[in-house]
Design a protein around this ligand. Structure first.
Ligand code: PLP
Length: 431
């Protein structure tokens, strides 16, 4: 592998010349030839791959020093052929496991049928995705807007809330995270992401998660929406009482504000039910989702209360790529996998097993969260332990709001039997 423009130029030339023969060759053999040429240009060690990425990419991420080349189920492999148990789930994205065969085959088929056309036309697969994905939503919220990411879903929800209420002000949580575009960043209380890029905008107020009195003291007739991660993640995974969520619902109703649950991480079965509100008896007015909704193809979705949706007009929101054919076929397939493979039930059962066994390890203070959105709370900083886990072939995350917490966001297909090496490694590292 060469670290310079030659490698990409040669790759482009090979792909182009292969494509020029495609009119005579069969689609299958052309696809094989292109895939072959890409793979040969990508061959290289983790260190070589890292050197090239670091040479050409903006250094916006502190990356793990591994280059992943393959995935299957709960596992990924690096360029050296080393296998890792992926308890980080590709950043909470590999909901149905890595490279689920149904998803791979649906994406392959659609790529050869119609790769893209935008929302200015109808699409058979967008229709299928809308029906299947809306079918997962709580009753009364079965109207969807498709977009490309979590931050775009949150921008859309904020825009809809402001339009519906005719108000501007939004209350969100002091250590919440909602994305990196300006509206979502405004709702993001975690200061590391907001300051100094974006001074606190006047129309946003932050209150501590779990504090109903603080929320009540801030609510008034100018509030358009209360927005929060259904279960906080980046700020530290923990779950407030049912009473907190129910009280928040009542406060929103009393003041005519909308309640927005950001379920970008927690949605689609991760917490043990399709959406979290079900567990606390609360139906929000808008739910946002992304991450695993298309199993790895970029996609986001907003579930909208039907009477709010009824007032949306042409031009109120838009996106070129949202709901494109490839994302749609992926969303429809993931929705089917969630139902057919009972992923929420599996998340609940495997999550309970994980929490019980990890909680019994010396040095683990507690395990917080629901289903397979779990925080392992340690007596010591989590960063070195997470690095140590990687040495044992296990990927896990840390979190911004609580330096002693290991964050686990594995595929919802994870089986209890796959967790043995994690328990052993954690016990060894904490001993
Ligand atoms: N909301 C939550 C709860 C998230 O965790 C994230 C991303 O990590 C986002 C929103 C933003 O999603 P995206 O990175 O797809 O824009």
């Amino acid at each position: 592998m060469t670290a310079g423009p030659e490698s990409s130029r040669t790759g482009g030339k090979t792909a182009a010349s292969t494509a020029s023969t495609s009119s005579t060759a069969s689609a299958a053999s052309t696809a094989g030839a292109v895939a072959g040429s890409i793979a040969s240009h990508c061959a290289g060690s983790s260190a070589e791959v890292a050197a090239i990425e670091d040479r050409w990419q903006l250094p916006t991420y502190a990356k793990m020093p591994i280059a992943l080349v393959r995935g299957e189920g709960s596992y990924v492999w690096d360029a050296e052929g080393r296998r890792y148990l992926d308890l980080y789930g590709g950043h909470c994205v590999a909901l149905a496991g890595h490279c689920h065969p149904r998803l791979v085959s649906a994406i392959r088929e659609q790529a050869g049928r119609l790769l893209f056309y935008s929302n200015v036309v109808y699409s058979d697969v967008r229709a299928l995705a809308a029906e299947r994905v809306a079918g997962l939503a709580p009753a009364g919220l079965q109207k969807v807007f498709f977009c490309n990411s979590g931050t775009e879903a949150n921008e859309t929800a904020l825009k809809l809330a402001r339009k519906h209420t005719g108000r501007k002000h939004v209350i969100s949580m002091a250590d919440g995270f909602h994305g990196r575009t300006l509206g979502s960043l405004g709702a993001t209380g975690l200061s590391k992401y907001r300051d100094p890029l974006y001074p606190v905008p006047v129309e946003h107020t932050y209150v501590p998660y779990g504090d109903l009195d603080a929320l009540a003291a801030t609510m008034d007739k100018d509030i358009a929406a209360v927005m929060l991660e259904a279960i906080p993640s980046m700020g530290g995974i923990r779950v407030a009482s049912d009473n907190y969520y129910q009280g928040m619902r009542r406060l929103c109703d009393r003041h005519g504000a909308l309640l927005i649950f950001d379920e970008v991480q927690s949605g689609f079965g991760r917490t043990g039910t399709l959406f979290f509100g079900e567990q606390v008896g609360v139906r929000p007015d808008l739910i946002t989702g992304a991450k695993g909704v298309a199993g790895g193809v970029p996609a986001g979705v907003v579930f909208v209360r039907e009477d709010i949706a009824a007032r949306v007009q042409h031009g109120d929101q838009g996106t070129t790529f949202g709901g494109g054919p490839l994302a749609s076929v992926a969303m429809a397939t993931v929705a089917d996998i969630i139902r057919d493979e009972r992923l929420p039930q599996n998340a609940a059962a495997t999550g309970a097993f994980l929490a019980e066994h990890a909680g019994a390890i010396r040095g683990v203070r507690s395990v917080t969260g629901r289903g397979l959105l779990l925080g392992i709370n340690l007596d010591c900083p989590a960063k070195d332990v997470v690095t140590g886990l990687r040495g044992h072939g296990i990927l896990a995350g840390t979190c911004e709001g609580d330096k002693n917490q290991i964050r686990l966001l594995p595929p919802l297909t994870l089986a209890p039997g796959e967790l043995g090496p994690f328990f052993t490694a954690l016990a060894t590292l904490l001993a």
